[in-house]
Ligand binder design. Structure first.
Ligand code: 13P
Length: 248
């Protein structure tokens, strides 16, 4: 009932040429996949070129951020409709790197989330605790606050369509994956909180796990009942390893 989603977050990597070459190889390798939704999220500069390469394929395109205003004097920012116009159907919102380095808060996450829907994009809203928060045993409080704040005020339709990504900050880029049990515990908790807010949409919403997902650990993670896919950094950069993830 929930179609798995395997999403690659390329972060600040790849030139236009490198990005196009990657999806060219990926397109062939995953052409036979129908049971998993596939998504790549390149940098802004490569979006349109990648779109042209994958538009007739089973690979979807996403951006890594957007600004909530529609247009105007906001030097350096990209509007939701520009992201849509470049060929995107998804957008990552509130990644921990944006929270850590660029001042993203639950309030700005919520503004971006609503604006993404306004432009016809599906937001992938990221939540997750730091190592310090996990060690202080406040993981659930932190994640609950992020879910309630970042995902506030959605319509019934939006609340079922949004994607949530649980990315424990201590597992990102560290090679230290959450165990399938640790991840499942938080995913089930997120779904429970979500049910309190949005009722039955909680059964439809997809919750991705992110943090050092690789071809070796992906299948055990995907066996967990509340893990509906992955948001993958490092292992999504090469067509070969990302194909292995898509075909977990
Ligand atoms: P890694 O897969 O490189 O740990 O990155 C995870 C991530 O931040 C995806 O958004």
């Amino acid at each position: 009932m929930r179609k798995p989603l395997m999403a690659g977050n390329w972060k600040m990597n790849k030139t236009v040429g490198e990005a196009v070459a990657m999806v060219k190889a990926l397109k062939t390798a995953v052409a036979d996949v129908t049971d998993v939704e596939i998504l790549v999220c390149p940098t802004y500069t490569a979006l349109y070129a990648v779109y042209n390469e994958i538009k007739d394929s089973n690979i979807n395109l996403g951006a890594q951020n957007l600004f909530w205003e529609a247009k105007g004097a906001f030097t350096g920012e990209i509007s939701p409709s520009m992201v849509k116009d470049a060929g995107c159907s998804y957008v990552i919102i509130g990644h921990s790197e944006r929270r850590q380095y660029f001042g993203e808060t639950d309030e700005t996450v919520n503004k971006r989330t609503k604006a993404a829907f306004g432009a016809g994009l599906i937001p992938i809203v990221c939540v997750g605790e730091t190592l310090e928060e996990r060690e202080k045993n406040i993981t659930f409080q932190v994640v609950e606050t992020q879910v309630r704040g970042g995902l506030a005020n959605l319509t019934a339709e939006e609340s079922a369509a949004v994607v949530i990504a649980y990315e424990p900050v201590w597992a990102i880029g560290t090679g230290k994956t959450a165990t399938p049990q640790q991840a499942q515990e938080v995913h089930a908790f997120i779904r429970k909180i979500y049910k309190e807010i949005y009722g039955d949409a909680a059964d439809k919403v997809r919750i991705l796990y992110g943090g050092s997902v690789n071809p070796k650990n992906v299948s055990d993670l995907m066996k967990q009942s509340d893990i509906d896919g992955g948001l993958v950094g490092g292992a999504s950069l090469e067509a070969e390893s990302f194909t292995q993830l898509v075909k977990y």
